[in-house]
Design a protein around this ligand. Structure first.
Ligand code: GRF
Length: 215
């Protein structure tokens, strides 16, 4: 890292491919108002770790399978995160359910990206379920993380039309493309102080958000 880079540090948690991590790295490289200060993966050997290393970003593997229970993993994870002293923690394809203690410790400074128009399709296999239910629109959401899984206040969404010939993989690919635009945008808002969590509400530009921003 360039020691003169005083942009707010963002730590990214991943479990796999890390294409959203890459979108954040690229955005920061292109001058967006934040920097990626570190990456933590709960799985060893994943592609996202290679992306971090290629970008010269420090990374850490904290393998959850080596911990006896969720609480001890989350305690170690919280300590590891604090070691990077981030302003913001971003869950980008981080496939772990977090304990309430962990979530509360980072309340208001932790975001998650989820591949559906929340509150629709919380949890896994969102694209498959969207197709099964025959919805006409699908997309992705970025929300503050609270104790309810995929249930924290939604900040912004990217919405797209489901096509008649969409398969799970074509739909997933189109949503992922939109995620790569949505996530850096929201992180930049946070980094410049435009976005806050107050109580259980999102504030944007000093006013409570009435509905998720559509991007
Ligand atoms: C994305 O669809 C994200 O919304 C979800 O997991 C996927 C991660 O993709 N939580 P990647 O690892 O960023 O490529």
């Amino acid at each position: 890292m360039n020691p003169a880079d005083d942009r707010p540090p963002v730590l990214v948690l991943i479990s796999g491919n890390g294409s959203n991590l890459q979108a954040l790295i690229d955005a920061a490289d292109n001058g967006e108002p934040f920097r990626v200060c570190g990456v933590i993966s709960n799985r060893p050997g994943v592609r996202g770790l290679q992306r971090a290393s290629a970008a010269g970003i420090p990374s850490l593997v904290l393998d959850h399978t080596g911990f006896p229970d969720r609480a001890s993993f989350d305690a170690a994870l919280a300590d590891a995160i604090e070691g990077f002293a981030p302003r913001l923690v971003v869950l980008a394809g981080f496939m772990r359910i977090l304990t309430d203690d962990f979530v509360n410790r980072f309340a208001g400074r932790m975001l998650n990206i989820h591949p559906s128009l929340l509150p629709e399709f919380q949890g896994l296999h969102t694209h498959r379920r969207a197709l099964q239910q025959g919805v006409s629109e699908h997309g992705a959401s970025v929300h503050f993380v609270t104790a309810e899984l995929d249930g924290g206040p939604v900040i912004a969404q990217a919405r797209l039309a489901v096509e008649a010939d969409d398969t799970e993989s074509t739909l997933a690919a189109r949503v992922l493309q939109r995620e790569h635009q949505l996530l850096p945008l929201v992180v930049a808002w946070f980094a410049t102080g435009r976005l806050q969590l107050r109580g259980n509400r999102v504030w944007f530009d000093n006013a409570p958000l009435q509905a998720p921003l559509q991007c």
